[in-house]
Design a protein. Structure first.
Length: 90
């Protein structure tokens, strides 16, 4: 699965890379080079982050599904119990 980002997000990411190089590296980086670096990171490291996020979501969903029986459980045969409780209260 190819990871893609919107044009707006890509432009912001490229600007962020350029700023990072300007403020933290000895040499600035150009727009084209920053775009290529971003493409490299998305293709090379993006799947690692994406897969971790998918695992996190799966774990959370499995826990929520596991809790369903507790959250939505209804005890059967409750009709007569409400009458029995009312009679004991008299």
């Amino acid at each position: 699965m190819t990871i893609e980002i919107s044009k707006e997000a890509r432009a912001e990411a490229v600007a962020s890379i350029e700023r990072y190089f300007r403020e933290n590296m000895e040499e600035p980086i150009g727009n084209v080079t920053a775009g290529a670096l971003l493409g490299y990171f998305i293709e090379e490291i993006g799947p690692l982050i994406y897969n971790r996020a998918v695992l996190d979501v799966q774990e959370r969903l499995q826990k929520q599904v596991g809790d369903l029986d507790i959250e939505v459980n209804e005890d059967p045969f409750q009709y007569w119990r409400k009458f029995d409780k009312a009679r004991k209260g008299k």
